[in-house]
Design a protein around this ligand. Sequence first.
Ligand SMILES: [Ca+2]
Ligand SMILES: [Ca+2]
Length: 161
Amino acid sequence: MRSLSLALVLAACSNAANPTPDAPAGVVDASIVDAGPPLGILIVNEVAPGETPDWFEIVNVSGSAVQLGDYCYSDAADDFAKCKPFSAMSLATGAHFAQDVDDIISGFKLGSDEAIFVYRIADHRLSDSLDWDDGVAPAGSTFARLPDTSRSIRPHRSRSS
Ligand SMILES: [Ca+2]
Ligand SMILES: [Ca+2]
């Protein structure tokens, strides 16, 4: 929030009779800062939209086992009514888990240009998300972090072939 802090300092130093409300960008950023950074406990490592069923893979990158039932997933940001809890199971440190997604299992499907969000249910904190664009994961391919859990995301041949 350096820009907002600077704006406040400048406002304090300026003539009080002539305020200059010129920092709308700082106001927009505030909601993001308030939510905090993603937890990064469960990472969305790979998505396979357009498969039957669609699926995505998560990895537990924390130093201890995670109860998946404490987390939920959604294709809509901050939609906790839609957010579907994972099954109650323990995911070991470093372990991968592929979650199938369809209207019956999840209440939604994964489209060709969407995103998937994983939240901790107790406090609605985002653990991780992955956004993809149309055409990046054609039939037979997925969209994945390569190498695993990295910030580099690109098309990847489906492991199911
Ligand atoms: Ca969808
Ligand atoms: Ca998208």
